[in-house]
Design a protein around this ligand. Structure first.
Ligand code: CIR
Length: 266
């Protein structure tokens, strides 16, 4: 059995093609709807970047009834040891779980279900020290505790933390750069939860860049955020810029569009 060298080492990825209904995706604030063509182009580039990072990508078909279903990170959580079907906190997204479940049952020997509460995958950050679950408007305490129990069944440690007020998901404001380093907004970093890590703080005004994505040897970063890209580049990370302008209009960033894990079956 192959053992992953690091928590950001992935050989397997699931994505879902956007449907034209993506223009109706949820958003906290209306900054204009994204165009379908724009989202599709951003998604296509993302899939190419995943392949470029040496991941094997499973592409699921679009789901017109679920405008936000391109964001496959939210209805499930995946690890080498197994998958967990979640309970998304937005009513329009609850049934996305049934849509992704058959694929996960095909790909994983162990698939657990959340018995209570609500939890979105966007609120979960996997680090080498353990899994962090952020409470948010989408993830409540009952869901977070049920998730903790499932994570423990898979043999991992986890802790429940707070997401800053008004921030959609915990990972809207942070991402893993390597085993020791977290990229975070100032508002999240100053809560002190990352004191076990080296922290890199997002330059003021580029907060949406905090949802970057480390996959194998690259860090995918929103190309609308030049100061963040420069900071990471100077720190020695191999930055892959990806456009997130359209998905940003429906409150999404780079982690949202995939489920990633290291499969020991490959
Ligand atoms: C939503 O509000 O659910 C979507 N419009 C955006 C989801 C972003 N997902 C994520 O950060 N994991």
């Amino acid at each position: 059995m192959a053992i992953p060298a690091a928590v950001f080492e992935f050989n397997s990825v699931i994505v879902r093609e956007p449907s034209p209904s993506v223009v109706d995706g949820l958003r906290a604030e209306d900054r204009g709807s994204p165009t379908y063509e724009g989202v599709k182009a951003e998604h296509d580039a993302y899939v190419e970047a995943m392949r470029g990072a040496d991941a094997n990508v499973t592409v699921l078909p679009p789901l017109a009834s679920f405008p936000d279903s391109i964001f496959v990170e939210d209805p499930a959580l995946v690890f080498t040891e197994g998958a967990i079907l979640l309970r998304p906190g937005a009513p329009t997204r609850v049934k996305e779980v049934e849509e992704i479940a058959p694929t996960l049952r095909d790909l994983f020997d162990v698939v657990l279900e959340l018995p209570a509460g609500f939890a979105d995958g966007g609120d979960v950050l996997t680090t080498a020290q353990g899994v962090m679950i952020g409470l948010s408007a989408r993830t409540d305490r009952a869901g977070a505790e049920a998730l903790q129990a499932n994570i423990e069944k898979l043999g991992r440690k986890s802790e429940i933390v707070a997401t800053p007020e008004g921030v959609l998901h915990f990972k809207t404001d942070c991402s893993l750069l390597d085993e020791e380093t977290i990229l975070a907004t100032n508002r999240l970093a100053r809560s002190g939860i990352f004191k076990a890590f080296r922290q890199m703080i997002i330059p003021e005004g580029e907060e949406p860049a905090a949802n970057a994505l480390r996959v194998n040897d690259v860090v995918m970063v929103g190309s609308d955020f030049p100061r963040t890209m420069e900071m990471l580049d100077k720190a020695g990370y191999k930055v892959v810029p990806l456009k997130t302008t359209e998905i940003g209009k429906i409150d999404a960033g780079l982690s949202c569009m995939s489920l990633r894990w290291f499969s020991d079956k490959m």
